[in-house]
Design a protein around this ligand. Structure first.
Ligand SMILES: Cc1cc2nc3c(=O)[nH]c(=O)nc-3n(C[C@H](O)[C@H](O)[C@H](O)COP(=O)(O)OP(=O)(O)OC[C@H]3O[C@@H](n4cnc5c(N)ncnc54)[C@H](O)[C@@H]3O)c2cc1C
Length: 573
């Protein structure tokens, strides 16, 4: 509520409009949830179910309720699900644990809580996660995707089996039940929901967090995901015995991403795309630190290497991630083919490190029309109107001839796509597109022709070709994900396509260190009374339950699990 004696230039009516829904006279809040993304909504839902009175604040307008999760593809990591079993995938907790720990590579003292979170999360994903979501009306597409295929040894990074379950309804389908619960809480007078309320400080009294201070921002009609104004029209202070920080990561703040970029990931490219809205600004982490919370693993981040420039951007530098099938030939900026096992969709971090070490912030896919039709999925709810709109009619079109509509639209309008009838034309188009870096045209030609020779060879020493053949033994891949192996230069498979791929910032794998109840820990390792954290702000649990790399579909799941844990712990106070 606007403070008395405010010097705001905005009249009181405007200040109150759309920014405060305080239910006058209701009981003092049992908890404050900062951030109405997925983690905040899940924590709030637990508190509402427990009959608690809560205040939920978010810096953005109501249009952006749900945060990043609304934009997400809704990919969910499950272990040994009926969907997997129906497609002949034999999964187990032991196999998933082997994959997780081989991928995470925990190697630090501060990984103690992240390791425990990883164990707890694996148990959740193998047992109650699916049923808990289904009870809330969340359903999954029957074909399970195979993300992060690895390509190393059994103990190395990657998923041994397909585990990426696409939510029927994508991100909005994951958000819906928790948003509905929030609205139910508002209707019952349990929730005081305040948009345009930005946390700037946690109120600390005698070492305990007892509330939140911040700024009331001016109303803004920005559409979902678009940057909103930062005009301060008032200040606020709210008190409560428990504050849950669910303010997300740092991916929208490139300055912070660069400052956190570790040497082992090479050099942060001068020009990166942004895979998240500007609201993912990382400020919440600094605010928690000032209140005494320890943040850990800030140098562990999960950015993508297959970013394309959005021709219809919603936020600044808006990029879309291609979720690639494995057939495209991957070249660095100079035209040299990426080494084994850096094939599309195999090892995101390994590929990022390799590309960054080349000194150029981009790479190229070379492929055919036949490959793009089957293998290009674009991550994001708005790029998948069939899954998002739960439309069988649109979905069937995806199975038919031609690339999905949004992919075709990028091919036509996207600045990163080059389409050509011959390899000469394609190479000339690539060079003209990026004249600053000299493309070794002879090398590109040699690589493509040599690779094509291996397609005609049943034995093959080209491990990418071998991987394509092996992938198609999985029915899900054969049906919708992996094109029948063919020569890139086969005119029947054309036209040829080259796609310039940028680095796309997305997730923070580190964050506020928490115990299994989501209690934020201080420098001594003891919980800070009153302070909790969940979601990306807590590294999806513990301050980084993924370690260095992720198996995919584990971020939404991490928000569900950590939001639920923190909400339950506060409800039990
Ligand atoms: C396009 C896209 C596709 C994705 N696809 C997948 C997928 O398929 N599977 C998967 O597992 N994950 C996916 N993700 C990642 C996943 O969606 C996010 O990691 C997750 O939703 C983060 O949720 P959160 O609640 O922790 O944070 P956020 O969603 O970032 O929410 C944080 C909220 O806090 C608010 N806030 C921040 N600071 C303050 C402050 N100081 N005061 C008040 N409010 C504040 C923000 O406005 C925001 O509403 C995807 C993400 C994107 C963007």
């Amino acid at each position: 509520m606007p403070t008395a004696g405010s010097t705001s230039k905005y009249p009181e009516k405007i200040r109150n409009e759309g920014v405060s829904r305080m239910v006058e006279g209701h009981a003092p809040a049992d908890a404050i949830v900062v951030g109405a993304g997925l983690a905040g909504l899940v924590a709030a839902a637990e508190l509402i179910d427990a009959g608690k009175h809560i205040i939920v604040i978010d810096q953005e307008p109501e249009a952006s309720l749900g945060g990043q999760a609304w934009w997400s593809f809704g990919g969910i990591f499950l272990i040994d699900s009926p969907e997997q079993r129906r497609f002949g995938v034999r999964d187990s907790l032991e196999l998933a644990r082997q994959d997780w720990f081989g991928t995470a590579r925990f190697d630090r003292e501060e990984d103690a809580w992240p390791r425990r979170w990883a164990e707890a999360y694996l148990e959740f994903a193998a047992t109650e996660k699916r049923a808990w979501l289904r009870e809330r009306g969340v359903k999954f597409f029957p074909v399970v995707g195979w993300a992060e295929r690895g390509g190393y040894t059994a103990t190395g990074p990657g998923n041994s089996v397909p585990r990426f379950h696409i939510t029927w309804g994508t991100g909005p389908g994951v958000v819906a039940p928790f948003e509905a619960k929030l609205r139910e809480g508002v209707a019952k007078g349990l929730v005081d929901l305040r948009f345009r309320h930005r946390m700037d400080e946690l109120v600390v009294d005698n070492g305990a967090v007892v509330g939140v201070r911040g700024a009331v921002l001016a109303p803004d009609a920005a559409e979902r995901g678009a940057a909103s104004n930062r005009d301060v029209i008032d200040s606020f202070e709210l008190r409560s015995p428990a504050v849950i920080v669910t303010t997300g990561g740092i991916g929208g703040n490139h300055e912070l991403v660069r400052a956190s970029w570790p040497k082992r990931m090479g050099v942060a490219p001068a020009d990166m795309l942004s895979g998240v809205p500007a609201s993912v600004d990382g400020r919440g982490l600094g605010i928690a630190e000032k209140a005494g919370a320890r943040t850990i693993n800030g140098d562990r981040m999960w950015h993508y290497v297959e970013g394309i420039t959005n021709y219809a951007p919603v936020w600044a530098k808006h990029g879309i991630r291609i979720l690639p099938g494995p057939s495209s030939v991957w070249l660095d900026a100079t035209g040299v083919r990426l080494p084994v096992p850096l094939f599309p969709g195999f090892d995101t971090l390994g590929t990022l490190e390799h590309i960054a070490a080349t000194g150029h912030g981009y790479s190229w896919f070379v492929l055919t029309q036949k490959i793009i039709e089957k293998e290009f999925a674009l991550s994001g709810s708005e790029q998948n109107p069939d899954f998002t709109g739960k439309s069988i009619r649109l979905l069937l079109k995806r199975l038919g001839r031609g690339a999905p509509g949004p992919v075709e639209a990028f091919k036509e309008k996207g600045e990163d796509f080059i389409v050509a009838a011959t390899l000469d034309e394609l190479i000339a188009g690539m060079q003209a597109h990026s004249p600053d870096v000299e493309l070794d045209t002879a090398s590109v030609r040699y690589e493509i022709e040599a690779r094509d020779r291996e397609i005609a060879n049943d034995f093959t020493k080209d491990l990418q070709v071998a991987a394509l053949r092996q992938a198609r033994t999985y029915l899900g891949d054969k049906l919708i994900r992996v094109a029948k192996p063919h020569r890139i230069l086969d005119p029947k498979a054309g036209p040829l396509i080259a796609v310039k791929l940028h680095i796309l910032t997305r997730k923070s794998l580190g964050g506020i260190e928490t115990d299994l109840e989501g209690r934020a820990l201080g420098a001594s390792g003891e919980p800070i009374p009153g302070l909790y954290a969940a979601g990306e702000a807590s590294g999806f649990g513990g301050g980084g339950m993924h370690g260095y790399r992720a198996l995919e579909g584990t971020f939404l799941g991490g928000c569900l699990f950590s939001g639920r844990s923190a909400g339950r712990a506060v409800a039990a106070l």
